[in-house]
Structure formats: C-alpha cells, structure tokens
Design a protein around this ligand. Structure first.
Ligand code: PEP
Ligand code: MN
Length: 345
C-alpha cells in the first residue's frame, strides 16, 4: 500500500498513520519529499480494512493498494504451473485435457451412450450436470442424486473421470463422493459459503467465471477456495455478458493467456457456453488450443434436438468425433509450445 499524506500534513498526523499501519501488522517505509510525505506499507494483513481506516485518518490524501489482492493463486507466489492429476491426465501439465458430455444428465441411456462415445475419442473426463442452475424455476432442474448415481455408473463402465456441478454447500459432500472434479457454475462463482465449503473438499474444483465477473474477481474466488485449504483449482473461461446478443455470451479469449500470466492455475475453455451455438464450437475450440488453454469442456449430446438443456450448443456425437480429428494438428503444436514454456518456467 502507498499512503500519500496531504501537503504540509503535521508531524502528529504522519506519526498517527505510521502507528495505525503497524497496528495492522505492516512494516512502514516512509519517503519524505519537500512538501509531502509518502508512506509505504509492506507485509501481510487485512488490506481492505487497513486502507479504509487510513483513508479516514486526518492528513491522508490517498491510500492505494499496489499489489494484487490475491496471493496464493498468483504467479508471484508460485512460478511453476499447478498440475492436477485426474484419471491419468495431468491437467495443467504436458497433456491437453478434454472434458465432454451433456449439459444435463437425463437418463441412463443418454449418459451411457455419450460416455462410450467420449471415451472412444480418448478423452478422459465426462461432464454432465445433475444439479442444474436454470434461469426459470419451471425448466428442468436436473436429476440430482439420481443423476450423480448415473454418472458414477458411467464412470464404472467407461473408466472416465466425472466433472459435475455443485450448487449449494449442503451438497458438497454428496457431489464429491460421486465426482472426480467438482464444478462451480458461473452463477455461483461468488457464492462465498460454497467456495469456503469447497476449501475443505478433497476433490479438485473447476471454477467457472461469472458472466459479469472481472478477472480479478475470478481470481479472488479461487483465492477463497485455496485460502480455505484446497489448492487444486482449474479456472474456466465460459464467456461473459456484453452488449452483443449475436452469441449467447462473448468469449473473452484473451482471458486464457492473461490468466496464465497472473496465476499458476490451469485454465480450461468452454466453447459451448461461450457461444451458445453448435456451429461456432469447433472454431472456438481450436482458438482455445491456439492460445494455450490447458483443456476444453464441451457439451455433447446423442440427440441435441431432444436435450433437456442447452441443445442448441451441444455437438452430436459425430460432430464431437470430427472435432477431435480436426484438433489433432493443433494439439501437436500445443504440445511443442507447452514443452518450450514448461522448460522456460
Ligand atoms: C454448465 O456447465 O452446464 C453450466 C451451467 O455452465 P455455466 O455455469 O458456465 O453457465
Ligand atoms: Mn449447459
């Protein structure tokens, strides 16, 4: 923090500010100019409370934070990438992770058929929502526990790991019991009680960016989970809301390399929710590989026109197979580039 004192602030005012800074647990470094004193506060503490208190102190002109408000998830804190092993894939490491499956788990037949097709492409992770956050209370809300059981059945049959959403802290335990990765949806990115509960969870978390959330807010939500004990977090860019309604969301593609600069956590791109439109998913998936995402999460359905949710953005099984083929040359480049950047870290 940098605290600029007013022109000709009194000695007493300056001393009082230094005292307050020390009370908050920081070290004081002051620079005395001709007319003005600038004070630096260094260390670890409750920055927000300290800033608020100093702003109200007599003789203070401004008090500003100079370091990022997140710590554990920052690149400064940890230079090496965080690698999260899931079912033989090192997410964030030297392998690209593809997660695919339906928006919602609808029936045994639907999830089994999708799981077989996903596994056959070589992907290692199956997605599928059992608890669905829907805008309308009249829309399909998910099969809940029954859906989790079907996902566990699909895992048993195919060997795929499961990523599925948890919507409330009361369900963390049951979801973690059935899933390999617990997903926090965009609408819950700032459900702080849920984030705290996930800190105590033994499963990795896929944290999706809120539709109106800044990059800093996303990282602060990740900081919540890690500060409460769980460092295994994958971030997910899934598009944000802008003035343009031509696509369901607007994909902030540069969020991927930007997050890689700011944090050591893996970054997954969701081209399905980012576009809302099946025809745009393959192009955005390729873009995700090109910008160095650590993986993709893609909605796939055996019969999208019959899907209970997000049919318009779901690929058919054939389209998903075709996408996997299309991605091959891109993934070769990704591997070569990842090998260079890993060596450089
Ligand atoms: C989903 O993954 O189906 C979902 C609801 O995503 P989001 O939270 O990104 O809208
Ligand atoms: Mn969906």
């Amino acid at each position: 923090m940098i605290i600029s004192m007013r022109l000709h602030a009194t000695k007493g005012e300056i001393e009082h500010v230094c005292e307050r800074i020390r009370e908050f647990g920081y070290k004081v470094h002051s620079i005395e100019g001709e007319e003005r004193v600038v004070i630096g506060a260094v260390g670890v503490g409750d920055v927000t409370a300290c800033l608020e208190s100093l702003e109200a102190a007599p003789g203070v002109e401004s008090a500003v934070r100079i370091s990022a408000p997140y710590k554990f998830v920052s690149r400064e804190f940890k230079k090496e990438r965080t690698v999260i092993p899931v079912n033989g894939v090192e997410v964030g490491g030297s392998e690209f992770a593809i997660m695919a499956g339906p928006c919602s788990v609808e029936s045994e037949k639907q999830i089994m058929e999708t799981a077989e097709a996903v596994a056959a492409t070589g992907a290692k992770i199956l997605r599928g929502g059992a608890f669905k956050p829907r805008t309308s209370p009249y829309d399909f809300q998910g099969l809940e526990l029954e859906g989790l059981k079907l996902l566990a059945k699909a895992r048993k049959a195919t060997g795929l790991a499961i990523v599925t959403e948890v919507m409330s802290e009361q369900d963390v335990e049951v979801v973690a019991e059935h899933a390999d990765i617990v997903q926090v949806g965009a609408r819950n990115m700032q459900n702080f009680m849920l984030l705290k509960a996930l800190g105590a969870c033994r499963r990795p978390v896929l944290l999706k960016r809120g539709m109106s959330s800044t990059i800093t807010e996303l990282l602060m939500s990740a900081e919540y989970i890690t500060a409460h004990g769980n460092p295994n977090i994958m971030l997910c860019e899934r598009g944000i809301r802008t003035f343009d309604t031509a696509t369901r969301n607007t994909c902030d593609i540069v969020a991927v390399p930007l997050l890689h600069e700011l944090t050591h956590l893996p970054v997954i791109l969701d081209p399905s929710h980012a576009t809302g439109k099946r025809s745009l998913v393959p192009a955005l998936a390729r873009a995700g590989v090109a910008v160095g995402a650590d993986g993709l999460i893609i909605e796939v359905h055996p019969s999208p026109e019959k899907a209970f949710s997000d049919g318009a953005q779901s690929l058919t099984l054939d389209q998903f197979r075709a996408l996997n083929n299309d991605l091959k040359p891109y993934l070769e480049l990704w591997k070569a580039s990842r090998a260079c950047t890993t060596a450089a870290v």
